[in-house]
Design a protein around this ligand. Sequence first.
Ligand code: GDP
Length: 529
Amino acid sequence: MSKYTKEIEKRRTFAIISHPDAGKTTLTEKFLLYGGAINLAGSVKGKATARHAVSDWMEIEKERGISVTSSVLQFHYDGYCINILDTPGHQDFSEDTYRTLMAADSAVMVIDGSKGVEAQTRKLFKVCVMRHIPIFTFINKMDRDANDTFDLLDEIEKELGIATCPINWPIGSGKKFRGVFDRNTRKILTFSDTQKGTKEGVIEEIDIDDPHADEVMDPEQKEQLMEEIELLDGASAEFSQEEVSKGQLTPVFFGSALTNFGVETFLEHFLKMTTSPLPRTADCGPIDPMSDDFSAFVFKIQANMNKAHRDRIAFMRICSGKFDATREVYHVQGDKKMRLLQPQQMMAESRHVVDEAYAGDIIGVFDPGIFSIGDTICAPGKKFAFEGIPTFAPEHFARVRQIDTMKRKQFVKGINQIAQEGAIQIFQEFNTGMEEIIVGVVGVLQFDVLKYRLENEYNVDIRLEPLPYEHIRWIANKEAVKVDKIVGTSDMKRVTDLKGNPLLLFINAWSVGMVEDRNPDLVLTEFSK
Ligand code: GDP
């Protein structure tokens, strides 16, 4: 028990992931509405009126209509203090999503009921399952014709390899959507498509055995519902909080974010089924969130969020204790005591300076270029490092050519900064210095982001020449091998990463095995920590 326990226990920190257009922004808005953080949903964003979401900061996001980076929002509801981490809606940015998930204690997955699990987000969702945190599924847009409910669940189970447990069950969809049946209370929440924006929808709660229930749905629908429920009770996984906590079972909810239906009941169940911040693993063992001592790690760095300032912000997840802006902290990797500069929290487009924050919260601090992703910040006198955030192996490579060679300095600065943020990875040819830069990405859209940002933020035009490499290996025992002595294959290329680690690039998968065979002392890995 610490003096901060009460505050920390109120915290719920989750990431929200979805396919573009599945309704993540709308759902987030409705959450904020319940929290009283905004008055009327839609004031945050309305695509029709060309206004943009709270979380869609960067120009490129506005142009493309996809989220490239993640942002953070905090609001209060029913005694809880909730932090929502928004994530990019395209699998090409799944690495960014993974980093954000590292800062979250659970995830909410929004699925469009008429589309199911979509190809472009399959990887994104899988990344979520990889993190082994509780995942909650909200199947949205039930006011539109949706796929068969069993098919939707089947798809989630097959595609993502996670068991599903519907907490409620939809009665019809589209024009025939009547509401949801709560399997636990056996009550129907009735849907009425009236309020588009205000929080007081007229939702009735009727017991399934109440004759009034028959007025809500026609006999055919009721029969179908009863059949489906029977089938479900026999076939579906039983609810198990333990499995939910381990990320092996996802509770599923149905609703319609736009008409504000099913959102509050989702939020209420969700808050009960998730936990307050849990201990985090560091090199000295688990760090108790309730500890009196402050600790945090950097999970995201973002430059130029505000064009007027050209600033760079490091986002930290507080893992234990309380952050107090008047106190010094210790940056472990930099081995330096310091005051965190301009600590702030985000609420929609406005940021405000914070004086204090608790385990579970996310703060952004001004970064003069000293922080890296994964860095640990703790109380002076302590020294430990939280588990690192893995770097994904890039799957696409290109050589970067600068069009105007006079702008070398800006180019080098820009590409390095963008790489430090983790938006791309850069490599240099082994032993040749900065002359040739190779960019590696997990998803090809990251190339577009790089080009766009170099033009817009650094005023540098580049040309990207695709390279045929598809496989990358870090050298795990780099101290023990001489890189230029490695017996390679004709398609192998030696490069170094931003931190100076040697790596090998290959065009063919079988070359990797061949190089391992030819160099028995060489240990290759697919991930770098
Ligand atoms: P995001 O890309 O996942 O953030 O999706 P948005 O929240 O921006 O929603 C995409 C579009 O779907 C918008 O036009 C929304 O108004 C619409 N939408 C969101 N939720 C619902 C819903 O429950 N029903 C219907 N019919 N439309 C919805």
